[in-house]
Design a protein around this ligand. Sequence first.
Ligand code: ACO
Length: 325
Amino acid sequence: MSVIRSRLAGVGAYLPQRVVTNDDLAKIVDTSDEWIVERSGIRQRHIAADDELTSDLATRAARAAMENAGVTADDIDLIVVGTTTPDDTFPATAAKVQANLGVPGGFAFDVQAVCSGFLYALATADKFIRAGDVKTALVIGAETFSRLLDWTDRDTCVLFGDGAGAVVLRAAEGEGKNTDTGILSTHLHADGRFRDLLYVNGGPSRGQKVGFVKMEGKEVFRHAVTKLAGVVEEALAANGYTSADLDWIVPHQANRRILSSTSKKVGVGEDRIVVTLDRHANTSAASIPLALCTAVTDGRIKPGQLILLEAMGGGFTWGSALIRL
Ligand code: ACO
């Protein structure tokens, strides 16, 4: 049976120039390189310049993905940006990116699912493509997460960074089989009862301030491992695959220990997990496309391979996407 699939036509990424090492942070809060590396695997993060906005990071990543895909602004029908740190309360960052790129038509909007934001954006774009409404979509995860950090709170400020990653999706014909090229499935979940374990204590409706990240780290860790292992198994079962069939997992880059524990639980060796968090820390919605772009560009991920993307974040939200490249 002939079906429409969303194929990954190009990838791109952008990290701000300024690098802040763990030793730099140890000068402003009571922490150490040793503690941060041991507990999280993070060695450094990139922080946006004062005049650099989420839309600027997103635009740079998008341009790189469009060049990689060989598409022009005229080809783009849809732009979806996953972000928790929009430039302004409105308009959507996606609309600013559309203007920056000179995309003459189509439609553009943001989705907010914190660290699962890229997967929510990807799943949404995939649905528009599969419905036949859109031929070419730009899906971006972009964050200036540093703007939500309390730089006196060592529990949180050492874990996050800024960045952006993007992919171009193009409609293509598939056979409706699990051997098709393109996005084979997406699975999204949310459970708002866990709000208090990971949240920002501000927003336009709550006191008109942006607020700071608050987190119960141990609880988040525990939920992350269980929920991420669950979505890996869900995606594999839905497509008639087992963990042995996976070439790569490209996880949300939050914490090396979360990745190791999840890898053990699902039976996928760490040699098949893409890890880039040491270089850019947790960039929330940007982390999956940043890691994906790195592994595609350095040749680890090859055409024809089976890739699983997975993430969990505030909300809680969590989910997966299974893709054959
Ligand atoms: N430097 C030095 N010491 C610190 C720091 C720091 N930056 N932060 C906390 N500590 C101290 C604590 O105060 C505590 O001291 P105490 O024993 O005297 O009370 C000690 O280190 C141990 O703290 P714990 O919170 O028990 O450390 P834990 O091993 O749980 O690691 C961490 C903390 C890294 C936050 C871990 O819980 C974690 O990674 N959780 C997941 C959080 C996460 O990834 N969030 C991202 C968003 S959600 C997502 O993306 C999945």
